[in-house]
Design a protein around this ligand. Sequence first.
Ligand SMILES: Nc1ncnc2c1ncn2[C@@H]1O[C@H](COP(=O)(O)OP(=O)(O)OP(=O)(O)O)[C@@H](O)[C@H]1O
Length: 246
Amino acid sequence: MEKCADQQGTNGRAAAFVGRALRKTYVTGETQVHALRGVDLEIYAGEVLVLLGPSGSGKSTLLNIIGGLDRPTAGELWYGETELTALDDAALTRFRRANIGFVFQFYNLIPSLTAEENVRLVTDISDDPMHPADALDLVGLAERRTHFPAQLSGGEQQRVAVARAIAKRPGVLLCDEPTGALDSQTGIRVLETLAQANRELGTTLILITHNAGIAAMADRVFNFLDGQIASIAVNEKRISASEMAW
Ligand SMILES: Nc1ncnc2c1ncn2[C@@H]1O[C@H](COP(=O)(O)OP(=O)(O)OP(=O)(O)O)[C@@H](O)[C@H]1O
């Protein structure tokens, strides 16, 4: 397929992702749910992007498609020079392994493994990973390397999950409600860690949240409504997680 997308964003930054006319329809028996109804998007390399919108508006569906966990029903999606929608399953899995880190609301750590061993699960199968101890150091948990998840607070467990996601040095970090299960102080600490990865590793950071206050730490905000991006807000100046109103 011819590449139809302009790879330079309006502000001159290179686009990490370009999507055109993305649709996703879930079919369950007789019922069809149109989760994405023709989404056009550009996501710039190195930006912090927040996806906001009511429950069911399509945010997670889009995040899963960007991360190569799912495929659109129609439309095309590019990552740099690669058309993701043209890849077979094996190639899409390779793309995901090489380029994407995920952080979910529930940390999904393996209870019988220490913090460091949880991170090592990912670094063992990556090409150019950080040392697991360095990734834990980056999220401020160097002293907790040998602790098991049950010996860590919720926020600390989420920071282990962040360390696990960034240890393979992914180009893109996708976070679905990463602070949804955390109190404000702990949530802010986790967001600071994510912002630090964006700053120090240049990782493109895409974050779903229901907390509109978090939008202030983004470069841009996609406001979702009924399976579409209804509007895009640009923050001229983004604030640090610690300055945020929760
Ligand atoms: N696997 C699935 N099968 C059928 N319908 C689905 C599936 N996944 C999502 N949907 C539907 O698609 C629509 C969009 O869901 P999605 O999870 O993307 O929304 P969301 O904006 O992330 O919502 P939330 O904020 O509640 O997580 C919803 O109506 C949802 O019920």
